[in-house]
Design a protein around this ligand. Sequence first.
Ligand SMILES: O=C(O)CCC(=O)C(=O)O
Length: 243
Amino acid sequence: MNGSRLIDAYRRNGVVRCHGLLDPAEVIELRAAFETYQSRALAELPEADYTLEPDQLSVRNFWRMQDHDPFFRAFAERPVLVDLVEPLVNGAPVLVGVETFNKPARVGSPVPPHQDNAYFCQTPPDVLTVWIALDPATAENGAVEYSLGSQHEYLPHAASGVKGNSFGLADESVVDRFPQFLGTVDPGDALIHHCQTIHRSQPNRSAHSRLSLVIVYRGGHTVSDQTMQVAYQDALATAPQNA
Ligand SMILES: O=C(O)CCC(=O)C(=O)O
């Protein structure tokens, strides 16, 4: 997809799929960095910077990876990524965070329908996520599902009770108002979604892991919204740890 078609599709749908954002060598490099991170992380990381699946063994998410490993900060600052997102965040991109959604085989837990700005609390909502596949993401292993065109309105959220995703839509039935798009992808492909695009994913009951690296950027002009932050802190207070 060329630049202007990508921008138009992003503005219209709130999500775009980019095939082949990374070449096979870059996927190998990223996976190797992830394996190294994972092998030392649990012993070294603060507990707030990862979330385990309910089996208490498998990692569900790593958070704030850019603060713990210079590889991931440098990766997120590569010009190919920054230049790609700049027109979409309407300003100079600022890195917010590097994370993973590991969705491990058989035990990967669901992600309830939500808009990311319930967590980010930024105004104007010029914030997005580049979701990069390191495994194939399929209907069977919990590819992310997006509500097309849902980015135009911020909707009420409430505590979800899901560890790792403390906030979900207060009324999940609003998802039915929008056409759904299942983001099936291959390793090296990416999905870019606006911070108000509703998205969710099913549990992974399959034998295949669905690992993704997630990079969040905001436009340099966005600021924190106090009202949204209070709502987020209230939800966190009733949520399980590391949500
Ligand atoms: O990977 C998933 O299943 C969910 C990802 C997500 O919620 C996000 O990237 O904001």
